[in-house]
Design a binder for this molecule. Structure first.
Ligand code: PAF
Length: 284
């Protein structure tokens, strides 16, 4: 497994592989890898000749009061996990390499960031868009894999690919859960024991909604009220949003028909957790 620490090393590596007609699959990460990331690597491994991951905690996607400085990191363990997953190269840039002095460019999508997490994290998706664009230009992948847990991010990347004409196929990876249903996230490491129990309120709410929709409920407000009351019974929970929306545009819907995205964000102390599910209405 090659470890590449500068932009030029990474670009040269990719150019050489391409000269040899090798295809490249790419999984961008911020490190502190868990089974969710590994599943993305396992999904990507058979799709291309080379499997590249990046580990870079991108400062531009964190707001001023967010957890950039506390973001967990364990590079040695990440490298061991990547090696085991069959990764052929790890791009491990430092901040200066990605954002040299006098860096000026912004990438702003007009609509998709207005909804869900974007309402609460105003700079987040512009930060994601710029870093992912740069990583695509540096790694030059044929395929890139993103997890569905960050559903809004996935939609934004799909739009970015269309808008900026990237010749990259985007593949979505399933949400990977702990045995008790909690969606895997590097941020789960922040949770106290009580908060870890309360964290289950998210996946349990998705199950509650699935049950109500399976029984024929079509009114998102009715389900939303039940979910909000349910989450409120868990200690330390502070709901940011419970949203039923159109899976493509992310706009709120007023009637559940066909497929709907239910997305939830809850703060537990300082830790912000998200989860979501695509749910089909039985009348389809
Ligand atoms: O999903 C993440 O871990 C990050 O948002 C990403 C895509 C690596 C960009 O920093």
């Amino acid at each position: 497994m090659d470890i590449l620490k500068t932009k030029s090393e990474m670009q040269e590596w990719s150019r050489n592989k391409k000269k040899g007609s090798k295809t490249i699959c790419f999984v961008p990460t911020m490190g502190y890898l868990h089974q969710g990331h590994i599943s993305l690597m396992e999904k990507g491994k058979p799709l291309c000749d080379e499997l590249v991951i990046s580990i870079f905690v991108n400062p531009t996607q964190f707001g001023p009061n967010e957890d950039l400085d506390a973001y967990p990191s364990d590079i040695e363990n990440d490298l061991a996990l990547a090696r085991k997953a069959g990764v052929t190269a790890v791009f491990l840039p430092d901040k200066k390499s990605i954002y040299p002095e006098n860096f000026q460019t912004e990438i702003k999508l007009q609509y998709l960031p207005k909804f869900l997490c974007g309402k609460f994290r105003p700079v987040h998706f512009a930060g994601v868009a710029i870093v992912v664009t740069k990583l695509f230009n540096i790694v030059m992948p044929d395929i890139a894999i993103f997890g569905q847990k960050d559903y809004q991010q996935l939609q934004i990347i799909r739009q970015l690919i269309l808008d900026l004409d990237f010749d990259i196929k985007i593949v979505a990876g399933d949400i990977i859960r702990e045995k008790d249903g909690l969606a895997m996230s590097s941020r789960n490491a922040y949770l106290s024991n009580t908060q870890r129990v309360s964290a289950l309120s998210l996946s349990k709410s998705l199950n509650l909604a699935k049950k109500l929709i399976a029984r024929g409920e079509k009114n998102p407000v009715v389900i939303k009220n039940q979910i909000e009351t349910f989450i409120g019974t868990f200690p330390e929970t502070n709901i940011e949003y419970v949203s039923f929306c159109n899976p493509k545009t992310l706009e709120d819907i007023d009637q559940i028909e066909n497929q709907v995205l239910l997305a939830i964000a809850v703060k537990l102390g300082k830790t912000r957790l998200i989860d979501n599910a695509l749910i089909d209405h039985p009348s389809q």
